[in-house]
Write a protein that binds this ligand. Structure first.
Ligand code: ZN
Length: 260
């Protein structure tokens, strides 16, 4: 079945359709794409915003938290009047306003080892916008076990990092870091702080990777490379990452264990 773009869609997406690497064909492929975003916070908000603006077909939003005043400095889908509301409900309202033709599916729950596989199953690409190591490892392990491509990211203070994973083809997060650090070993954003614009930069890169994956640029993803961003020195660096044949997640045929 062929899908055609309507005149309204051609106008809405004209500035990206004119990019030769994307084109009308890429736009149609994007329209069929389903992306699951773990976390509607600092990374999830910009990622969801740009994917919705770009015309992704379906977005799933997973977050069990409610909006707090201290979120608003970086979680750009939420406003002052949203404090106390479910984050996914607040996010969906803004995203629908921006682009009503994107289907938004809300999961107002914490992404955990019990619900992860069921929530992730219908999606083609996962964006990890979580704020803790246990969830980052869980996203990795579920995505690898289901064979779903995903974008990893982490941010703290004035630094960020991101890497895209194509399971069983490229290095996964567990190839890079075997297991989560001991509690308290590495500070998270809540303990150490984060500049909102850093989350915006890294979340936008995650959205870009998802768009590239669907729109025909999947050969040029950020795979086997960790991109690090040091905003204080204003330097981006690439660290080559090798697939580990003994990796606990992607090294064998089956997943050894899920981190809880
Ligand atoms: Zn691996």
């Amino acid at each position: 079945m062929s899908i055609r773009l309507t005149p309204e869609q051609i106008e809405r997406y004209s500035r990206q359709i004119m990019i030769p690497d994307l084109g009308g064909r890429g736009q149609i492929r994007l329209r069929r794409g389903k992306v699951l975003i773990i976390g509607s916070g600092g990374l999830g908000c910009p990622a969801a915003f740009y994917l919705t603006a770009a015309g992704i077909g379906t977005l799933g939003l997973v977050d069990g938290d409610r909006v707090e005043l201290s979120n608003l400095q970086r979680q750009i889908l939420h406003s002052t009047m949203d404090v106390g509301r479910e984050k996914v409900a607040s996010a969906k309202e803004k995203l629908n306003r921006l682009n009503p033709e994107v289907e938004i599916c809300n999961y107002p729950v914490r992404f955990d080892e019990k619900n992860a596989a069921e929530i992730a199953a219908p999606y083609d690409f996962i964006i990890d916008g979580s704020d803790n190591f246990a969830t980052k490892f869980l996203v990795n392990d579920i995505a690898v076990s289901l064979g779903k491509p995903f974008s990893h990211a982490g941010i703290v203070r004035l630094q960020g990092q991101t890497m895209t994973v194509i399971p069983h083809q490229s290095a996964c997060y567990r190839c890079l870091f075997k297991e989560p650090p001991a509690p308290g070993e590495i500070l998270n954003c809540q303990q150490a702080g984060i500049l909102g614009a850093i989350a915006g930069t890294i979340g936008s890169i995650q959205a870009t990777e998802a768009i590239k994956y669907f729109a025909g640029m999947e050969e040029e993803l950020l795979v086997d490379r960790l991109l690090t961003y040091d905003a204080k020195a204003m330097k981006f660096r690439i660290v080559d990452v090798k697939k580990n044949p003994r990796c606990g997640a992607c090294g064998g045929k089956t997943l050894n264990s899920l981190i809880v």
